[in-house]
Design a protein around this ligand. Structure first.
Ligand SMILES: [Fe+2]
Length: 195
């Protein structure tokens, strides 16, 4: 759901309510269910079964764009619900930026998980992403957040609208490693699609 983006050269505020998981006002609210991420999850049989059983919500995004005559910064709030598809934890789709000069900051304000960063060549990093952790994601690194906890994971993002979101390469190849639960423990395993 998108609302009108108001251009303003004046200082602008948004309110983040962590109890209700709301950011107001917002210009975009985008709920993403298992069916929206089917290509991202490794276990296609488990994904289809969940879709057939009601297609649970994996995560929601709220964005607010601060458009002025000169800049286009935006703030997002993402809420990842706990759960798994097969043995793989709920996660965001993951994307690259269309522009190769665009970084982003992710700030975890609730929950626990991992932030995966992958240059889609030879560098992959999975950093602990827990309440209080802020990470600068350099340009040209694909990024994805995984909720490995039993509570919701909420993070705030700051970026430029013009950075652009590109999903195709990540959807096709995936990140270098998958985050799965093995015998009750969070475990990273190599992604067969990348070997
Ligand atoms: Fe991004």
């Amino acid at each position: 759901m998108e609302q009108a983006i108001n251009m303003s050269n004046q200082p602008t505020s948004v309110q983040i309510n962590l109890e209700k998981c709301l950011m107001t006002p917002y210009t975009v609210h985008d709920p993403r269910h298992v069916s929206d991420l089917k290509a991202q999850f490794y276990d296609q049989v488990a994904a289809q079964k969940l879709i057939d059983q009601g297609d649970p919500l994996v995560y929601e995004i709220y964005h607010h764009a601060f458009i002025t005559d000169a800049t286009d910064m935006a703030m997002g709030m993402s809420v990842i619900h706990p759960g798994k598809v097969g043995c793989e934890y709920h996660m965001t789709k993951g994307h690259l930026h269309a522009r190769n000069d665009q970084a982003e900051v992710y700030y975890c304000v609730r929950g626990q998980g991992l932030l995966l960063m992958d240059d889609m060549a030879d560098d992959f990093q999975a950093v602990d992403f827990n309440c209080g952790t802020a990470v600068h994601i350099p340009p040209q690194y694909a990024h994805r957040v995984v909720n490995t906890g039993s509570d919701i994971l909420v993070f705030v993002s700051v970026f430029h609208v013009a950075a652009g979101h590109v999903y195709a390469q990540v959807t096709k190849q995936g990140f270098a490693r998958l985050v799965v639960e093995v015998k009750g423990k969070t475990t990273l395993i190599d992604n067969p699609k990348r070997e």
